[in-house]
Design a binder for this molecule. Structure first.
Ligand SMILES: [Zn+2]
Length: 228
């Protein structure tokens, strides 16, 4: 287990969908002055770049196939080797599979990573029960006019049905925020991503955080662990 007084700057954020990874990643990014990278974002960037590898990735995605771990890890590698990331980085939702974790592990033994101390030093797991994920995702909506985000329980409008910011009265939900989609994403997380957890636990890198409760309470717990 990690010691509390230590500082961590090469961080993997893990947790089920709806655990608040994205939000906490953004807070950490800002506080530590580090970039947060997510695999999805990097793949999108690659396919839009028009590079040879990007085109190969696009072909795979267009066919509806899973992008092999080596492509994803290559994208991550290219980013982490940029000079501005030598002071650290945050990975959001990567590795998503055990195979990605193993390919990434091999990369960390390469001399560039060792010499620049780029090896992951902390894996933060945000733990939230399924019921909480469902409540959190199914309760969220945004103002159709200005896009302000709300949650019927955690962040309701001050006046029922009226946007605090613009006075709009129409609210929309994301198309994939349905019960069926969330349950299937949770199931997918459990079968595909959860096996990564014991992998990092064995390496002594894993620290679990209770991800329930208000954003600032969770980020305070993370602050103590990360050390800033
Ligand atoms: Zn609004």
């Amino acid at each position: 287990m990690a010691e509390e007084h230590q500082q961590y700057r090469r961080i993997i954020l893990m947790g089920p969908p709806g655990s608040g990874k994205g939000t906490q990643g953004a807070i950490l990014s800002q506080k530590l002055g580090l970039h947060t990278y997510s695999a999805g974002e990097l793949l999108r960037e690659a396919t839009q770049s028009g590079s040879r590898e990007g085109l190969a990735i696009k072909k795979i995605i267009d066919k509806g196939n899973l992008v092999p771990a080596k492509y994803i890890v290559n994208r991550i590698k290219a980013k982490l080797m940029e000079p501005e990331n030598l002071k650290g980085y945050i990975l959001d939702g990567f590795p998503r599979t055990l195979q990605q974790a193993k390919v990434f592990e091999r990369l960390q033994h390469k001399s560039f990573f060792k010499q620049n101390h780029l090896q992951v030093d902390l894996v933060l797991l945000l733990q939230v029960p399924d019921e909480y994920v469902l409540e959190r995702i199914l309760g969220r909506s945004s103002c159709a006019t200005c896009g302000t985000l709300y949650h019927e329980k955690f962040k309701p409008t001050k006046v029922f049905g009226v946007c605090d910011v613009c006075g709009g009265k129409e609210f929309t939900k994301r198309a994939d925020d349905t019960y069926e989609t969330v349950v299937s994403r949770l199931r997918n997380y459990r079968s595909v991503t959860a096996p990564v957890i014991p992998y990092y636990e064995e390496k002594g890198l894993l620290v679990c955080v209770d991800g329930t409760g208000p954003i600032d309470v969770v980020s305070e717990k993370i602050r103590k662990i990360v050390g800033y």
